[in-house]
Design a protein around this ligand. Structure first.
Ligand SMILES: [Mg+2]
Length: 216
């Protein structure tokens, strides 16, 4: 018996299709080096879930550094430059487990697919990973007025595929994304983040655990 007849799959990008966590670490490491602050993977753990502003504040706090507003702004821009530089090296080997197989099977079965990401770099990253042929569209942070947890990014993705939200599954690794999916009327599957397992319809450690046959 099938769980539900599904016509579309919508993927969050970072944490579901690829992880750029290490790239953020490398970028913050360079920033910390500029400041002469010792910054390891251990300190980086504490930045998880923080915005760019709060991450920089946390790095400054390691050595109780005080800098001017102007310098703060420059460091923020530099960090993003370092990040963009480091993601140039992303390729197919960085795709998370189970993703490629699922995309191939879903495409074979005529299931439409889209990416719904807050990242303005989403189209660029999808291209680097060599996955652009699988998606009908990529809705990125540039294309929405209201970011997640507002459902706009996923609603636009469904609309772009000519599907109703109730016909689509959303895969997400963040609380704001699951909230957006639920508010939009989608079937919400949490991936790789146990903290949000309870709030989603289902939980998977990674996409190797997803059984497409149950839905299509
Ligand atoms: Mg994510």
């Amino acid at each position: 018996m099938k769980n539900k007849e599904i016509k579309g799959l919508i993927f969050d990008l970072d944490g579901v299709i690829v992880s750029t966590e290490h790239n953020h670490f490398l970028a913050w490491k360079k920033t910390a080096d500029q400041l002469g602050v010792k910054f390891s993977e251990h300190e980086n753990e504490k930045l998880k879930g923080l915005s760019r502003v709060d991450s920089l504040k946390a790095i400054l706090a390691i050595d109780n550094l005080i800098i001017s507003e102007k310098e703060f702004g420059t460091l923020m821009l530099d960090k993003n430059e370092f990040y963009l530089e480091s993601i140039q090296l992303l390729n197919e080997s960085n795709i998370l487990p189970g993703v490629k197989n699922l995309l191939v099977s879903a495409k074979e079965q005529g299931i439409k697919m889209a990416v719904g990401s807050s990242s303005k770099n989403a189209p660029f990253i999808v291209k680097l990973l060599g996955l652009d042929d699988y998606f009908e569209l990529i809705v990125d942070g540039n294309m929405v007025a209201d970011p997640k947890p507002h459902p706009e990014v996923f609603l636009n993705a469904a609309k772009g595929m000519n599907l109703k939200p109730s016909d689509c599954i959303v895969f997400e690794d963040a609380e704001s994304g699951i909230k957006a999916a639920l508010d939009g009327g989608f079937h919400a599957i949490a991936v790789g983040n146990k903290n949000i397992a309870e709030m989603a319809h289902e939980y998977l450690n990674d996409l190797t655990e997803f059984k497409l046959d149950l839905y299509a």
